[in-house]
Design a protein around this ligand. Structure first.
Ligand code: SAM
Length: 329
């Protein structure tokens, strides 16, 4: 199956590409956004993806657009360094469409889906420790914390305990092995709308790929790389990610909680705002949701870079979890 780009029209509208501009699509995936942006204006698009399979999908666009498209392999958390190394000084727009693509979900071998049997992998970049390494090696408490904090799984302790008991006799190797154990731990599927493993799988995927850490680095990198007037557009599917983008833009535009635009200027003692014109679009219209279930939980947030310097303040993570390297050998 191919990937249906979410909120495509809104994304292009908020990116508002102009001829000669440089737009970075940090989550190339199947190239849905990239293609639409290239078609909307005579701009140049830099595609970035950490998944080697996405790089292969870029060859068709490269053939169609040649001098207006550059594909780069890497993480969007490094978007400023990646684009500078490729010779682009400053960006006019950055777009991120977070999470996994349908290409990744639908391929058994990638091990992202609890509906398909495959190796318990979940690595977007196809390198480094896998979900199997995590599930087979991490402490019970860490596994529970991951499921609770990243998946809001209320039965996280029970599932973690069952995982640790089961792996003593047989290590986890496949997606269905884990999905079935979670299903049993939670008392089966009857009467449940979503598969019982949905939350745990999402949490393990986010942890294996350090998705929140990458988002934090990308927000800081985009703030450094965008030119004055540059647009930042981010589509999220998870409440923690959406909250990170929301509070980053609120802070950087001088409207942190408790502060309002009616507050006297003198009360705002932080650095000059690095973003302005913050906008939000909630879940897309019903027709799009009907055509694409993935769109249901999506949010788009955008803002425009001011001419103020980037803030010297790291983006805080909403969770307190160790890193993958700290929990696997
Ligand atoms: C939801 S898909 C993007 C789909 C794309 N907008 C389209 O229309 O085809 C997300 C893509 O971002 C990539 N990705 C996720 N996190 C990344 C990161 N930190 N750095 C680079 N690529 C990442 C994934 O590998 C995946 O291909």
């Amino acid at each position: 199956m191919s990937h249906i780009p979410v909120m495509l029209d809104h994304v292009v509208e908020h990116i508002a590409p102009q001829p000669g501009e440089i737009v970075l699509d940090g989550t190339f995936g199947g190239g849905g956004y990239t293609r639409a942006i290239l078609a909307a204006s005579e701009c140049h698009v830099i595609g970035v993806d950490r998944d080697p399979d996405a790089l292969q999908r870029a060859t068709a666009i490269a053939a169609d657009y040649q001098s207006r498209f550059t594909m780069l392999a890497g993480c969007f958390g490094d978007l400023d360094e990646l684009s500078a190394e490729a010779g682009f000084q400053g960006l006019d727009a950055v777009v991120l469409d977070l999470g996994v693509s349908s290409f990744q979900l639908d391929e058994d071998e990638r091990g992202f889906s609890f509906m398909r049997d495959g190796p318990l992998d979940m690595r977007m970049a196809q390198s480094g420790p896998s979900a199997a390494d995590l599930v087979n090696q991490a402490d019970e408490r860490v596994l529970a914390d991951i499921m609770f904090q990243l998946g809001e799984e209320r039965q996280s302790r029970r599932i973690a305990h069952r995982i640790v008991e089961a792996r003593k006799t047989e290590p986890f190797e496949t997606t269905l092995q884990l999905a079935e154990l979670i299903e049993k731990a939670l008392g089966g599927r009857k009467g449940k709308r979503a598969h019982p493993a949905t939350r745990a799988f999402q949490a393990f995927r986010m942890f294996v790929n350090d998705e929140l850490g990458e988002l934090a680095r990308a927000l800081e990198a985009a703030e450094r790389a965008l030119k004055p007037g540059g647009r930042l557009v981010i589509v999220t599917f998870h409440s923690l990610e959406d909250r990170m983008v929301k509070s980053f833009l609120a802070e950087r535009s001088g409207k942190t909680e408790g502060q309002s635009r009616f507050m006297p200027e003198a009360a705002n003692t932080g650095p000059a705002p690095s973003f302005e014109h913050v906008r939000k679009i909630s879940a897309p219209d019903t027709a799009e949701i009907e055509a694409n279930v993935r769109a249901r939980s999506s949010r788009l947030r955008s803002a425009i870079r001011t001419s103020a310097p980037a803030w010297d303040k790291p983006v805080e993570l909403p969770t307190r979890l160790p890193t993958l390297d700290e929990v696997v050998a």
